[in-house]
Design a protein around this ligand. Structure first.
Ligand code: IFM
Length: 411
């Protein structure tokens, strides 16, 4: 007998969306990342690897600074009710304590345009990039950053607060600390645990203060941050050292920050990409990697379910603020979306309070240390002309967003 097609309905009001960030799409920004991209150290590193530096410079990016209306049309064409985008601190406060009102006017136009289209605004205040004056003061390792960030947040809230539906104070703080201060692959390119620990504590304090400031202006504001949820599992579920190590990784990477901000978050913004099998000897992670993305990241949809179940302990509504795949050929993206959403649906059915899913990303963009080599977009980008073009998987996602349901075809 033929198996019937299954339909998985999502709760009414479930928020479908797409995510981007300022530096990755806007273009024309001077900050710590643009400085690092052109530094002698970085250029040499690329030369040694025989890579073209042009593929590793954000430059004009997707020119979304000018093409924001087109981006909003694309969000609409995907039938999304929400769009997560970011502000660039370096544009708004190019000199310490001096705010640029023209740039605020620009961002007002961007957000008003989304409002007119009935798209909910999820606004990220800090997504890893810093004004140069802050770098000169020691960046996130200097505790003054907490006051600087608070002043910037207060300014933004007074200027744009009426146009924001959800606030994301900071994006994936643990990634900034890990890549910026332990691995040295992101600015400030340090390998210094002591500075990393300071940055971690300052990010924590900055988030809490930002939470309080936003609520001072709007008691009903929805404020959170985005957390990179990494699913760690012992490679051998019966082997005590690996069980303990997986617990340890899970505690430091997944739970610590969330525990410490307890009481200062209205929702949890989950970004899910990684599943890791933990072994007890270096390099401690050993994935099966049967099915991987262009980045070499293992595709493991069940991991999102494991993380969602784990987040239950925090008793907060959850919005998946990022989930996506580097897939230039668009051969795997449609299935990737469906497979992950099946697990999200299962978690909802089991009573987890999951209220939205935002796909990373709306369009191909500047993927940090990997530059332009990784394509995460539902829309592709022609880097010469900045023309955007929907990939086939965009239609898959658009149908899910429109119908608020998943159709599972019989296998
Ligand atoms: O592109 C990034 C994004 O800026 C933060 N989360 C992970 C994405 C994919 O690497």
């Amino acid at each position: 007998m033929l198996e019937e097609q299954k339909v998985l309905k999502f709760p009414d009001g479930f928020l479908w969306g797409v995510s981007t960030s300022s530096y990755q799409i806007e273009g024309g920004i001077t900050n710590d990342w643009s400085q690092w991209e052109m530094s002698e150290k970085r250029l040499k590193e690329l030369r040694d690897k025989k890579l073209n530096y042009r593929d590793f410079v954000a430059g004009r990016a997707c020119d979304s600074y000018n093409k924001y209306k087109e981006d909003a049309e694309m969000v609409k064409a995907l039938n999304c009710g929400g769009y997560r985008l970011g502000l660039e601190w370096a544009r708004i406060e190019p000199k310490e304590g001096e705010f640029n009102y023209e740039e605020i006017e620009h961002y007002r136009r961007v957000l008003e345009n989304l409002r007119e289209k009935n798209i909910k605004v999820v606004l990220t205040l800090w997504h890893w990039t810093n004004p140069l004056w802050l770098v000169n003061e020691g960046g996130w390792a200097n505790k003054k950053v907490v006051d600087y960030f608070s002043r910037y947040v207060e300014f933004v809230v007074t200027q744009l607060g009426d146009l924001v539906d959800f606030w994301v104070t900071i994006n994936e703080p643990t990634v900034h600390v890990f890549n910026g201060y332990f691995r040295g692959t992101f600015p400030p390119n340090k390998k210094n645990i002591f500075l990393g620990a300071k940055a971690f504590l300052n990010l924590l304090a900055a988030h809490k203060k930002a939470y309080d400031i936003i609520h001072r202006y709007n008691l009903r504001a929805n404020v959170g941050f985005t957390h990179l949820g990494d699913n760690f599992q012992p490679a051998r579920p019966w082997f005590l050292p690996e069980i303990m190590l997986a617990w340890f990784f899970n505690f430091f990477c997944n739970n610590l920050f969330l525990r410490l901000v307890h009481g200062h978050t209205d929702y949890i913004g989950l970004d899910y990409y990684f599943h890791n099998r933990v072994v007890w000897h270096p390099p401690f992670l050993k994935n099966l990697n049967k099915d991987v993305t262009d980045f070499g990241w293992e595709i493991y949809p069940e991991g999102i379910y494991n993380i969602l179940k784990d987040l239950r302990r925090f008793k907060k509504p959850i919005y998946i603020m990022e989930n996506g795949i580097a897939d230039a050929a668009d051969a795997k993206r449609g299935k990737f979306i469906i497979d992950h959403l099946r697990y999200v649906h299962e978690a909802i059915e089991e009573g987890e309070d999951i209220r939205g899913y935002f796909h990373w990303s709306l369009l191909d963009n500047f993927e940090w240390a990997a530059g332009w080599t990784m394509k995460f977009g539902l829309y592709s980008l022609n880097r010469e002309t900045c023309e955007r073009k929907a990939r086939p998987s965009a239609a898959v996602y658009a149908e899910i967003c429109q119908t608020n349901q998943l159709k599972i075809m019989p296998t």
